[in-house]
Write a protein that binds this ligand. Structure first.
Ligand SMILES: *[C@@H]1O[C@H](CO)[C@@H](O)[C@H](O)[C@H]1NC(C)=O
Ligand SMILES: *[C@@H]1O[C@H](CO)[C@@H](O)[C@H](O)[C@H]1NC(C)=O
Ligand SMILES: *[C@@H]1O[C@H](CO)[C@@H](O)[C@H](O)[C@H]1NC(C)=O
Ligand SMILES: *[C@@H]1O[C@H](CO)[C@@H](O)[C@H](O)[C@H]1NC(C)=O
Ligand SMILES: *[C@@H]1O[C@H](CO)[C@@H](O)[C@H](O)[C@H]1NC(C)=O
Ligand SMILES: *[C@@H]1O[C@H](CO)[C@@H](O)[C@H](O)[C@H]1NC(C)=O
Ligand SMILES: *[C@@H]1O[C@H](CO)[C@@H](O)[C@H](O)[C@H]1NC(C)=O
Length: 471
């Protein structure tokens, strides 16, 4: 091919790419940077928050700009969908709502700052599986980024930041000055095909990510940080969700790094939607007063088929903690974990059958939770205070526990009772230090079971989407 032909082709290609990726609003010029990012869907239309009057000075409220942008972009949902780019800068905003076939893309030095003005946070309905707000009997504030009844939503970027600026909320919560439940950072309800990835999330007023009544969810490559003494700053809480993959996240938090839930007492029992088919892998957790991975305490719709592998906990209260109690009903069953490395832990294994915390006095004390089929292997821990505290419920034994290939080194001056077990039943194999009498040593050919099939969410291949460049 001649040089002239080649350059004509090249110019045509450049022109075509400029035309195709022009912002739908048209004021900012948008084209591809030649780089790519990984997402469940790429989008045909791109716009910048600046197109909608956004100002990234850290002082101007962008609540209106986000609402306008997303209302505008929602119009092209059926025409290849859209992405809203948040460029470098500090973008102060109150709550805003997402739309379907939509990507929120945060550039490297983009920071979305949550407003500390309560009037910027609308009230939303209580969750039916909770029957009230989680913090307070009244209603609840909308999360910073909220979505309901959506499909195909991506929140991602090149390690951009969403900063919940939670400090004033924590202070008011501790002082009992809030009548409504604090906002979460991101909450998505009744939705499917979701991705949250490659972001830094800071200082949520309460839980960071709360997908509820949703399915087909990928959460990946997040750095989540809150002070280790901040109240209820759970990292990722899939709640009545199925087919979820959480991988390669680093969480430092004042509460559980991951908490899998499914509704609260009589409200969760009635709603009856389990959390199931969930994998958590390559998590690094620091949480001195909570668990790396909690199952519960709200588990009244049931929790099953949970796969937990290759995780790390440092200076964390426990690795995996099952939390339940009379009145919860529901179940926690078919839980599988392999590969957990730990340093400086109060407990390695923890199950609590006497977790209090009820939504109101009308829970049914006869609603007993079923805990069955808990399989852990390949755990190594050092500087541990107690190997295990396993409290089942009198008359409701936690059954089918299998723990194998575990090596725990204790801290200096170790506690005498290393395995404190009541109302549980199961076996152990190759576990150091030797477990309690309720978990007798049994010769196992291999290790405790772990599923060999993949979850459907693990079979999803991400697309390489062009990184938009905003001028
Ligand atoms: C919204 O998008 C349309 C194109 O679909 C455009 O014509 C319009 O100006 C946009 N509105 C705003 C407020 O930017
Ligand atoms: C988002 O949607 C919910 C539910 O439809 C609504 O209650 C809330 O006010 C909306 N938030 C904003 C900021 O518009
Ligand atoms: C969202 O979906 C739920 C469950 O299907 C339904 O009850 C609710 O009415 C829907 N809400 C909206 C705003 O469409
Ligand atoms: C984003 O941050 C993570 C964690 O610090 C890091 O491993 C990764 O390389 C970063 N990615 C980019 C594109 O900078
Ligand atoms: C909370 O409720 C109490 C009692 O109903 C009331 O006195 C107080 O003013 C309310 N606080 C706020 C911040 O609304
Ligand atoms: C061991 O754990 C204790 C807390 O139980 C902690 O204070 C100490 O620093 C840890 N030691 C090492 C060597 O990590
Ligand atoms: C063992 O667990 C029981 C609860 O089942 C608790 O009351 C007791 O204090 C624990 N013992 C030790 C030494 O930690």
């Amino acid at each position: 091919m001649s040089m002239a032909k080649l350059s004509a082709l090249f110019l045509a290609a450049v022109a075509a790419s400029l035309l195709c990726s022009w912002g739908i609003e048209g004021r900012t010029s948008v084209r591809s940077s030649g780089k790519s990012y990984q997402a469940i869907s790429c989008r045909k239309h791109t716009a910048s928050i600046k197109d909608f009057g956004g100002v990234g000075d850290g002082k101007t409220s962008n609540t209106k700009a986000f609402a306008l942008a997303i209302a505008n972009l929602s119009k092209v949902a059926a025409d290849g969908g859209s992405q809203l780019v948040v460029p470098a800068g500090k973008w102060l905003t109150g709550s805003f709502n997402l739309t379907s076939y939509f990507t929120l893309y945060l550039e490297k030095d983009a920071v979305i700052l949550a407003s500390q003005d309560e009037s910027e946070w609308p009230q939303v309905e209580i969750l039916p599986s909770y029957g009230r707000g989680r913090d307070a009997p009244g209603g609840r504030y909308s999360s910073l980024i909220f979505g309901t009844n959506l499909t195909d939503v991506v929140i991602t970027g090149n390690n951009g930041t969403i900063d919940g600026q939670g400090q004033p909320w924590w202070v008011k919560f501790r002082a009992g000055e809030l009548n409504l439940t604090r906002p979460y950072l991101i909450e998505i309800m009744y939705s499917e095909n979701l991705q949250i990835s490659n972001l830094i999330l800071l200082d949520s007023p309460s839980w960071f990510i709360h997908p509820i009544y949703s399915k087909n969810i990928i959460i990946q490559g997040l750095t989540i940080k809150a002070p280790v003494d901040s109240p209820n700053t759970d990292g990722v809480d899939p709640d009545s969700c199925s087919n979820v993959k959480i991988e390669d996240c680093y969480v430092v938090s004042g509460d559980d790094c991951i908490a899998i839930k499914s509704g609260w007492d009589q409200y969760g029992i009635k709603f009856g939607l389990p959390s199931e088919h969930i994998v958590v892998r390559r998590l690094t957790c620091v949480s001195p007063s909570s668990a790396a991975i909690a199952l519960g305490s709200e588990m009244s719709g049931g929790i099953q088929d949970i796969r937990i592998e290759d995780n790390v906990a440092i200076n964390t209260e426990s690795a995996i903690r099952i939390k339940t109690g009379l009145g919860r009903g529901g179940f926690v069953k078919n839980i599988f974990a392999r590969g957990f490395t730990m340093d400086t832990m109060k407990y390695v294994f923890w199950m609590t059958g006497s977790y209090g915390s009820h939504p109101d006095p009308f829970f049914d004390p006869k609603a007993i939770p079923i805990i069955e089929g808990i399989n852990y292997h390949g755990f190594a821990a050092k500087n541990v205070t107690y190997s295990a505290r396993l409290d089942g419920i009198e008359g409701d034994v936690f059954k089918g526990i299998c723990i194998s290939s575990v090596k725990i080194s204790l801290k200096k001056k170790p506690k005498k009772l290393q395995w404190n077990c009541t109302d549980i039943e199961g076996i152990t194999s190759r576990v150091i230090p030797t477990a309690c009498d309720l978990l007798p040593e049994k010769e196992l050919a291999g290790d405790c079971p772990y599923p060999t099939d993949l979850l459907p969410i693990e079979e999803i291949k991400l697309n390489s989407c062009p990184v938009p460049l905003i001028f």
